[in-house]
Design a protein around this ligand. Sequence first.
Ligand code: TXA
Ligand code: MG
Length: 331
Amino acid sequence: MNADIAAASRELKGGGVVVLPTETVYGLAANALDEEAVRKIFTIKGRPLNNPLILHVLDSSWLERYSYVKKYSVRVEKITGAFWPGPITIILPKKAIIPDIVTSDFNTVAIRCPDHPIFRAVLLDSDLPLAAPSANPFGYVSPTCIGQVKATLGNRVKIMLDGGECTVGLESTILDITSMVPKILRPGAITADTISKVLEEDVIDYDAQIVSKSPNAPGQLKQHYCTNTRLILFDRNRNLSQYLAGKTAIVFMQKPKNVDGIAEKLQLPLKAILWFSDDGNLDMVAKNLFSTLQRLDSVHYDTILCERPQRTGIGIAIDDRLSRAAEKFKQ
Ligand code: TXA
Ligand code: MG
């Protein structure tokens, strides 16, 4: 493994791009201080230049190098003390050392400290801040295992390190701490309630109502994470017959009590009935969400019917990803 870390580090120092695991999703990383290296990320992903990247650092001591922390130091200390390394990204005013391509000309930068030993080893070895979006083609489902990355970006990146299955499975929570009241820009595993307790102040939670297509609202693209197969969401306890369209698969949040009965009623094969978690545990749903969707997407169904989660805790983030994924298929 050490040889892999050294090779990744060398590639990054030479202006290359590598795939690295994080605890949330796999990332496509480049040296954030090298404009041309960062440009490769956008090209490989097919990502528009107006969608800024997250800067990954080894620990909070790196913050001063790349951002102006002082004015927000109380909030920064509380957040980093409680959650770093971990799945929360904070927005801070950026220093000029960060090329504008990373932040899409915004004067703020999103910074996160990932909690995966391989990513951390590369940060330590290279001593570079790494810009890293999720390692998927722009707009597609994010990868939570190396197989998913290989299936979509396989021939475009030379070095891809396998760190197993991502334990969280959803991208980090993004928190803007520069606004008067701290504000969630993207919901994730660390929720507004938990953050509010740590900060000991109000936090504006993420509100799907203000989701915008405007590029001025980075991170809030209404349509994202899309499968190629039509994806339709349904609320719990809905009559499903009305949604059946062509060859259909159904995914529930929790293993239904009567799988055979459902299969018979809807005249579907048993293998077309799936669930994200045996007991409805939402952390498990998050962990399995993207991998299940991508797996189903490769089976050539006409339609994937997916149950919506309860919008509590991490359910808010799960519902956010699902809503955006289904947006393209709304009539
Ligand atoms: O968990 C994660 O955050 C993963 C792993 C790889 O670390 N990364 C990730 O990156 O999800 P990406 O590029 O797929 O999503 C980054 C989001 C984008 O929606 C972007 O618009 C937002 O962060 N963002 C970046 N810089 C920002 C800024 N200065 N202000 C507001 N949003 C920003
Ligand atoms: Mg992404």
